[in-house]
Design a binder for this molecule. Structure first.
Ligand code: MG
Length: 283
């Protein structure tokens, strides 16, 4: 539920905190941070370790044999198979993001044939530093349709306020179905900056009854996640979002998750189990 209507203004206790791990995006490689997991086994290993630390959702990107980003169903399938083989109780969320190299609905949505719980859905376009985060109206609708047909809950990735506006429009149109779940992606270079005022504005723009999480790219990591925990939302962390733990100190996924759990504890916010997260998100 949106904290505005059901959270901090009327309640002094909050829902448990759902922590998502984004262990590897499309940008990081071993050259940028040697602890970046790239192979299916490395990715599953980090998910397993971080599940033990309090993570309940794994946001997954795949790489090809050469370590390049890919939308390949086979590549995603290998990661899901590793998670299954290790018996990790985690909510699986596959990325349909624009950086995987393809831009047709067939290419971008091919991993949605796999058995997974959630998938990312950007509801608008923006710029990355060196490429376009291209999500045409036809592509967004096709991906959403396939997600619902396959029983996959979309996580709406809002890189800017306009993507929330478009999600509301798609809800009215029947393309998206309530209750919506958002990830507020703060501080991607070229999109909305990760400031407290901007995060408050994004949260207050959400449709009533939505659940939300926040991720803070690069130096906005600690401030955005701390605000998310305080305001009754949920949080995402991992090397996809920041390669540094602090200035000059390379991060690992476990270091980032441990910090979130410590902050949550100090702020009196209990961490959700995967089953509690499933219930909160209606999975
Ligand atoms: Mg991603």
């Amino acid at each position: 539920m949106s904290f505005i209507r059901a959270g901090m203004r009327e309640r002094t206790t909050m829902e448990k905190l759902v922590i998502t791990l984004a262990p590897t995006g499309n940008v990081p490689g071993k050259d940028l941070n040697p602890d970046t997991p790239v192979t299916p086994a490395e990715i599953a290993e980090d998910i397993e370790e971080c599940r033990g630390l309090g993570v309940s959702i794994a946001h997954i990107h795949a790489r090809d044999e050469g370590g390049r980003p890919t939308h390949s169903k086979q590549a995603y399938g290998k990661i899901l198979a590793e998670i299954k083989a290790r018996n990790i109780d985690v909510i699986t969320q596959l990325s349909t993001g624009a950086r995987g190299g393809e831009n047709t609905p067939e290419g971008r949505g091919q991993m949605l044939d796999l058995a997974c719980d959630m998938a990312s859905l950007a509801t608008g376009s923006s710029n990355f530093p060196n490429s376009v985060n291209e999500n045409s109206p036809a592509l967004i609708e096709a991906l959403a349709k396939k997600m619902y047909e396959n029983g996959i809950k979309p996580e709406i990735e809002a890189f800017d306020a306009g993507m929330i506006s478009n999600a509301k429009r798609l809800l009215k149109k029947g393309v998206l179905k309530e209750p919506l779940h958002f990830n507020l992606v703060m501080n991607v270079p070229g999109s909305i900056e990760g400031t407290p005022r901007n995060l408050m504005f994004m949260i207050e723009s959400l449709p009533p009854g939505s659940t939300w999480s926040v991720c803070g790219i690069g130096p906005s990591q600690v401030s955005m996640l701390t605000m998310g925990i305080l305001l009754g939302g949920h949080v995402r962390t991992g090397l996809e979002d920041t390669l540094l733990y602090e200035k000059g100190v390379p991060a690992t996924n476990a270091m980032l998750v441990k910090r979130v759990v410590r902050i949550a504890k100090e702020l009196n916010r209990a961490v959700a189990t995967p089953d509690q997260a499933r219930e909160m998100l209606g999975l």
